[in-house]
Structures are given as structure tokens and as C-alpha cells.
Design a protein around this ligand. Sequence first.
Ligand SMILES: NC(=O)c1ccc[n+]([C@@H]2O[C@H](COP(=O)([O-])OP(=O)(O)OC[C@H]3O[C@@H](n4cnc5c(N)ncnc54)[C@H](OP(=O)(O)O)[C@@H]3O)[C@@H](O)[C@H]2O)c1
Length: 199
Amino acid sequence: MERWQNKVVVVTGASAGIGAVIAADLVKNGFIVVALARREERLQENHRALPENLQSRYYPRTCDVTNEDQVKDTFAWIETKFGGTDVLVNNAGMGVVGVELSAANNTEPIRNILETNIMGVVYCVREAFNSMKNRNFDGHVVIINSITGHYVPIVPFGPLNMYPPSKFAVTAMVETYRQEFANAGTKVKVTVSYLLSSS
Ligand SMILES: NC(=O)c1ccc[n+]([C@@H]2O[C@H](COP(=O)([O-])OP(=O)(O)OC[C@H]3O[C@@H](n4cnc5c(N)ncnc54)[C@H](OP(=O)(O)O)[C@@H]3O)[C@@H](O)[C@H]2O)c1
């Protein structure tokens, strides 16, 4: 961990669930954390829940990862404030359970899943990687994926519709990033975590 002390890590989806835990752990392990999500109040609560001596290392910031302009503004702010992004933990993701992929009038939830789970990753990884590359920094991109990025489970609580396809796309994107980061002559690493369930 020594080489990561005081490095800047961006955690998406840091207001709740897995992202909130990752962000707090990274602060406790010496990182400066920029915690992103849409719900400002939840981010502020997580900030206040940190030990007092670590709170100055946690920067909550509202950012909807489906909004390309917000993502660009956020990473530009990081560039100005800290000099760049050293690590990205791309955790923000969502699903809508119980709507069939073939159901009538399901465009909105399907599109939300694609925008969050795929385009959100595209926008954030692009900004983070270019920050690392431009500074010649051997950073790290971590992507929280799902076991449904490998197979489509039959689940008792209803159809998962576009969630597994979005996570299959992320599986392919990880390999694409690996090739691109190497082809660009960088040593930026990409790591993927295939979660089964947090419960
Ligand atoms: N929990 C599991 O069992 C499990 C299993 C496999 C994979 N995963 C994956 O692990 C990741 C985290 O899951 P989780 O269970 O911790 O989810 P969660 O508890 O529902 O939390 C999701 C987080 O993502 C944020 N988020 C959602 N849409 C966003 C957007 N458009 N812009 C910015 N932030 C957004 C939410 O914050 P706001 O609402 O405040 O924006 C929240 O902080 C996801 O990628 C998920 O697919 C989870």
C-alpha cells in the first residue's frame, strides 16, 4: 500500500452499499477519496461517519455518471484541485428487477440500466485513464462487475432484463481497456471484480 499513500482515488456510487464501504476503507488506508453519487445528503452522512482525523481526506461530490458533462466537470475539478486522478473505482451500477426485456413500454428502465452500467463506465474510465496517461502515471482502474457478466441466472425474484447484458458488456470492456492501456504504452492496470451478492 506504500506507493498509494496520498494518491487520489475516485469512487463512483459512493453514497450507499458497496461503494460507500470501499470509499471509507480507502480513506482509512491512506488514499484521498473523491466520493461520487447523485445523493448529496448520503455522501455527507458518510463523510460525517468517518473518524474525525480522516474527514479532511474525503471529498463528497454529486455527480450523475450518466451525465457526460457532469462527469467531465468532476474530473476537470479533480485535475485542478489535486493534479489528477490516480485510481478509479467504477462501482456505480443499477438494475430493475421484475421487468421483462420483452415487456411492452419498458424503454425507460432498460435505457437507465444501459446509461448507468455501460455509458457511466465509458465516461468515467475515459476521463480517469486520460488523466493517468497524460501525467505518465501508472494508475489503476477497478471495475465492479457482477457474476451476471458471465452467465444469466434464473432468479426467484423475477427477470433481470438488461442487467446481465449490461454486465456482459462490462466484461468485454475490461478486456478492451486492458488491450488499449497496453497499446497506448502505459502501465495502467485494469482490475475487475465479479461480485456474486453482497448479502
Ligand atoms: N450488491 C450485490 O449483491 C451485487 C452483486 C453483483 C454486482 N454488484 C455490483 O456492485 C455495484 C454496487 O452495487 P450495490 O449493491 O452496492 O448497489 P446499491 O446499494 O444500489 O448502490 C448503488 C450506488 O450507485 C450509485 N448510483 C446509481 N446510479 C448512479 C448514477 N447514475 N450516478 C452516480 N451514482 C449512481 C448510488 O448512488 P445515488 O443513488 O446516490 O446516485 C449508490 O451509491 C454495482 O455495479 C452492482 O451492479 C452488486
